[in-house]
Design a protein around this ligand. Structure first.
Ligand code: NAD
Ligand code: TYD
Length: 351
């Protein structure tokens, strides 16, 4: 029998790709997915794997110690891959408390329960914490974030993720918790909730709605194909060194406006619209408060120590992404209307 792993946030964007990746690649692992199914958690992301015999979905809150404890008791986890979080910067600006409770308190609850069950024998145990490059703050025109870059978060989201990273390291230093943290750049690909830049803009282009570009559009992000993030997590989970941090990225920086123009072009092609149609929807709007100017990840350590390489070039990945959303308009319509939330009731009413 292989490992028993708790994955938190497995019904979200990245988590659903991680769950699928592990279930396909490691059929002898027991995977339990604990997810609260907030607005961002969607079981329609997991339809293809929900009947796998070694997979169990549990609807529950990582802040609820009793639920987490029961799961540790029942499944005797060897490891945890922690993705559950409130993840959208704009929401963190209007509602920081959810970010504090889920991202910080929720992480500490998981650490606390893991310590309770593992402390007599840390051997073979791992608390894998999935974090973001946003903890490092904002870069000027040059330079990149390395694993040594001091933390300098600016949004309530990044402040909560930074805090959760500190708690994980503190449990390592104080109690001996075996942990790994990875800090990844912006992900893109299928199943991302259409509040984040790419799926929001694809959905708006499809519906001929304005594309709200914040500020001057010159903010820069570093983009990674979500399935490459899942593959990197797998690699680090199995080959990474306990107590270490790994930056994950694809060396793929784009100024927002350049990315948006390319996206418009790809959407016009795939929607069979005349060239330039989507660009007409670009509308500059008031900037996001505290908007980080530039992120760029130096993923050199991951490449040189563990041999990670992204599988796709960005233009290929962007085309696949647009195609996925345009082929899955029902998914988009469900998440934008809230209909996907009825799926859980229907699917799980007799379980
Ligand atoms: P997401 O918002 O799509 O999914 C988050 C998931 O967590 C949802 O399924 C939600 O239901 C669940 N969740 C939220 N609160 C919960 C709670 N209290 N208890 C249990 N489950 C809860 O987020 P994502 O983009 O998939 O990000 C996943 C993780 O990766 C996060 O920790 C995020 O900080 C990190 N990350 C994201 C990116 C990115 O570009 N999206 C980049 C780097 C790191
Ligand atoms: P987002 O997808 O929210 O990710 P993050 O802020 O975590 O990097 O935003 C990506 C970039 O796109 C960021 O610089 C903000 C910008 N943006 C817009 O210009 N308009 C929008 O409507 C959104 C959601 C984001």
């Amino acid at each position: 029998m292989g490992k028993s792993i708790l994955i938190t946030g497995g019904a979200g964007f990245i988590g659903s790709h991680v769950v699928r990746h592990f279930l396909h690649k490691y059929p002898d692992y027991q995977i339990v997915n604990l997810d609260l199914l907030t607005y961002a958690g969607n079981l329609e992301n997991l339809l293809d794997i929900e009947t796998f015999p070694n997979y169990k979905f549990v609807k529950g809150d990582i802040r609820n110690e009793a639920i987490v404890d029961q799961l540790f008791q029942k499944y005797q986890f060897d490891a945890l891959i922690h993705l559950a979080a409130e993840s959208h910067v704009d929401r963190s600006i209007s509602n920081p408390l959810d970010f504090l409770t889920t991202n910080v308190l929720g992480t500490v609850v998981l650490l606390q329960v893991a310590k309770k069950y593992w402390k007599n024998d840390w051997n073979g145990k791992l608390f894998y914490h999935v974090s973001t490059d946003e903890v490092y703050g904002s870069l000027g025109e040059t330079g990149m974030f390395t694993e040594q870059t001091p933390y300098d978060p600016h949004s309530p989201y990044s402040a909560s993720k930074a805090s959760s990273d500190h708690f994980v390291r503190a449990y390592g230093d104080t109690y001996g918790m075996p942990y790994i943290i990875s800090n990844c750049s912006n992900n893109y690909g299928p199943n991302q909730f259409p509040e984040k830049l790419l799926p929001l803009f694809i959905n708006n282009i499809r519906n001929n709605k304005a594309l709200p570009v914040y500020g001057d559009g010159a903010n820069t992000r570093d983009w990674l194909w979500v399935k490459d993030h899942a593959a990197a997590i797998d690699l680090i989970f199995h080959k990474g060194v306990s107590g270490e941090t790994y930056n994950i990225g694809g060396f793929n920086e784009w100024k927002n406006i350049d990315l948006i123009r390319l996206l418009c072009q790809v959407c016009d092609e795939q929607l069979n619209r005349s060239a330039g149609s989507a660009e007409k929807l670009i509308t500059y709007v008031k900037d996001r408060p505290g908007h980080d100017r530039r992120y760029a990840i130096d993923a050199g350590k991951l490449a040189s120590t563990l041999g990670f390489k992204p599988s796709l070039n960005f233009e290929e990945g962007l085309r696949l992404t647009v195609k996925w959303y345009l082929d899955n308009t029902q998914w988009l319509d469900h998440v934008t209307s809230g209909l996907y939330q009825a799926y859980y009731e229907k699917q799980y009413q007799n379980r």
